[in-house]
Design a protein around this ligand. Structure first.
Ligand SMILES: NC(=O)C1=CN([C@@H]2O[C@H](COP(=O)(O)OP(=O)(O)OC[C@H]3O[C@@H](n4cnc5c(N)ncnc54)[C@H](O)[C@@H]3O)[C@@H](O)[C@H]2O)C=CC1
Ligand SMILES: CC(=O)C(=O)O
Length: 356
């Protein structure tokens, strides 16, 4: 199945080589080695979490609970706080088999990490979009990156800080990092929310729903209705105008719920953390397990889906232990193509607006 897809639907990806603007490389079977070795798991790799606030601590809880590492590093400016958080986890470490948690303000302790999760950043307030905090989060990221790049040059970076797409683009640029191992959870969380809201409407289990949100992790995200399958049934086949303005059943409301998902929770809690914590641990698990799972995560997708500029956004990607192995080029409807174009334009504008 994968082999067929890699010929029919996918193109090459960016690992270990850069594309020239003038001459995109021909389609190639990238990372074939890893696709063939899918399922071979690498054990005991160090994971660092940078920024151990509400999001960082939720990521850590699920990383530990899923036994994704035997050495977790907390890196934050609040030294005593993170020491206490580490101790709180360690008290129950006999339940998770976790060996070690280091709490530090010193980048050196992260040396040799296989995965670095970056959550340092500002939460948008009630009246702000994620893009509204781009410059302030940029200023924080510019300060934290030098030791991360010095001590973890070979890590896979997983960016959570908002606006996640713009900040991933920034980090790729600052670190000159290969695109396949500097990614954001991006729209994987939005896709999970999408599946949840569809499942609620249909009265089935969320796991019975397949489907992707792509584009910005934010207001211009794109619900790919043409990708939605429920119990083997493609919703587009039975509702050809699903999600469009002419859809009498107003499935577009499901996308509105996804877009408002974060603010619905944070208008009461002031933050969201559990869903993103589960999402981050799911992405790391997919990478570590060399799983070949296809998740809608974000990286620079220049050259894919007709996108000509360097822009970070989410498309379905095959994840292996070496990072993103392939990008899946979804066959979109014209309506979805228009939405994706708007998301690309929004993100390029945001990328151009930050100063670093
Ligand atoms: N991509 C996604 O789906 C999601 C992204 N987020 C984003 O995650 C980010 C973090 O959110 P919260 O954890 O709620 O914020 P928070 O304020 O609870 O945590 C931020 C942490 O960063 C630490 N920090 C600040 N400066 C630092 C530095 N120079 N070095 C190391 N640590 C430093 C702070 O001490 C604090 O512990 C925000 O940008 C938020 O918007 C939140 C939820 C989902
Ligand atoms: C805050 C945020 O980006 C989210 O929960 O989706």
């Amino acid at each position: 199945m994968l082999a067929q897809w890699s010929h029919r639907c996918m193109t090459r990806f960016v690992c270990k080589r850069e594309f020239s603007d003038e001459c995109p490389p021909p389609p190639t079977k990238f990372q074939t080695k890893h696709l063939k070795e899918i399922g071979k798991r690498q054990h005991d790799e160090k994971i660092s979490v940078v920024g151990v606030g509400q999001v960082g601590i939720a990521c850590s809880a699920f990383i530990l609970q899923r036994r994704l590492t035997n050495h977790l590093v907390f890196m934050d400016i609040r030294k005593d706080w993170i020491k206490a958080e580490a101790l709180d986890f360690l008290h129950a470490s006999s339940t998770t088999g976790s060996q070690k948690i280091t709490a530090t303000v010193d980048g050196k302790e992260m040396a040799g990490s296989k995965y670095v999760v970056i959550t340092t950043g500002l939460r948008p307030t009630k009246d702000q979009s994620r893009l509204d905090v781009a410059q302030k989060t940029t200023d924080m990221i510019v300060k934290i990156m030098p030791p991360l790049l010095e001590y973890c040059p070979n890590a896979t970076f997983i960016v959570v800080s908002n606006p996640a797409d713009v900040i991933t683009w920034l980090i790729q640029k600052l670190g000159k990092l290969p695109k396949h191992r500097c990614l954001s959870t991006g729209c994987h969380l939005d896709s999970l929310r999408f599946r949840y809201f569809i499942s609620k409407r249909l009265g089935v289990a969320p796991s019975a729903v397949e489907g992707y949100i792509i584009g910005e992790h934010g207001n211009s995200s794109v619900p790919v209705w043409s990708s939605v399958m429920v119990g083997g049934i493609a919703l587009l086949r039975i509702m050809p105008d699903i999600g469009t303005e002419s859809d009498k059943e107003k499935w577009s409301k499901v996308h509105e719920q996804v877009v408002k998902g974060a603010s619905t929770v944070s208008s009461i809690k002031t933050y969201t953390n559990w869903a993103i914590g589960m999402t981050v641990s799911d992405v790391i698990s997919a990478l570590k397990d060399n799983s070949g799972r296809i998740l809608s995560v974000a990286t620079d997708v220049q050259g894919f889906m007709g996108i000509e500029d360097s822009v970070v956004l989410s498309l379905p990607c095959i994840l292996t232990s070496d990072g993103i192995a392939q990008v899946v080029e979804l066959p979109l409807t014209d309506f979805e193509k228009d939405m994706l174009k708007k998301s690309v334009d929004t993100l390029i504008k945001a990328q151009c607006s930050i100063k670093f």
